[in-house]
Design a protein around this ligand. Sequence first.
Ligand SMILES: Cc1ncc(COP(=O)(O)O)c(C=O)c1O
Length: 409
Amino acid sequence: MPDGSPPAPNLIPAVTDATPRVPSTIWAQDIAAVAKRHGVDVISLAGGITDPLPPHVVEAGAAALASDRRPHSRGDARLREAISEKLSRDNGISVDPESGIIVTNGAMQAVACTLQAYIEPGDQVVMLGPGFFVHHLISFYGGEPRVVLCREEDGYHVDVDRLRAAVTERTKVLLLINPGNPTGVVYTMEELQQIAELAESHDLLVISDEAYERFVYEGNVHVSIASLPGMARRTLTIHSFTKCYGLRAGRIGFAAGDSQLIAPVAKAFEWATLTGNPASQAMAWAALVGPQDWIEKGMRELVDNRDLIRRRLEESDLISTVVPQGATFYYLNFSRLGVGEDEFCNHLLARYGVPTVPGASFAGGEMQEGGYLRLPFGAGIDTIERAIGGVQAAAEDAISGDPISTRGF
Ligand SMILES: Cc1ncc(COP(=O)(O)O)c(C=O)c1O
């Protein structure tokens, strides 16, 4: 077909112009690329564990590429063994390494296959917001997302009565993101017990997305809801090596749970991709069973980044926030500036080269009063310094009436 001519009339895709795209991808890739083409020096805020991967991890990946071996479709057997041990040791979850784990191409694929395996048209999925934008994915599989927005004044912790009010007889799944992206909330044991009771009483499947489980700061403790009494039989737990071990080029995660519960997810995964990437699996194994000092160093750097942003935000009252208890993001409230989210984020990118994601992306279609954005704090400290400096300068621009840049990125 020559470029520019329309496709044949019968070739109408199920994915249409109305199908949403992943908001962070748009901002981090497309809009930032346009800004770069306009000569803006755009920083990259991707990160988490930022140092180069240690040799034992890289070498494991290289050896897997050279060996040309294809792992089991559920994942390399020794990696599943190591994951099962990790879950028992760190998370209080007992899963059969043979039949209770699927190693996926990132936590994202684990979330997608889990939803695909369980959502039938019309099923409702409740989740807490502001939250990672999986509500689009729920709709994509024919489900109906119901996002219950939590409040800044509550530290984005859950009001279980409001969550309960969102559950109907059509609700099949409760999707929990813990630690939270973008708010950094880490749910307490008491909250998790209340959520577990709700899931029990309404017979819900719980999908517990714990992609940021290692990123938990002072005094906060990450608890996997599957470890609570009675929850293992109704919970699928999802983790990310991409995030927790800095395997950004490896894109690897897993779903784990009761063997019967996870069996349909394994089918969805097999049909999507047959087998996960062997080099990534070898790297994940080496990262999991090898020395952990590089991760501990990365964690200390994250704490420094988080504290730097906190100190800088304390210098003025233009922007409020809840200091993250976990994960790698600040969720900033700039409602006092009186500017729109797209407008402010565009200005921040166009004038200061700082790519962020507007808060509306995390609200699941609910109305979130005011203006918010997500600022990642996982990059190197110099980049973080520039990012928060840009946010502050953009806030000053807005308040001083300096025309907010309207370059249409
Ligand atoms: C809550 C949450 N789950 C899953 C993912 C995807 O993880 P991965 O990069 O391992 O696919 C992300 C972010 O990208 C996330 O924020």
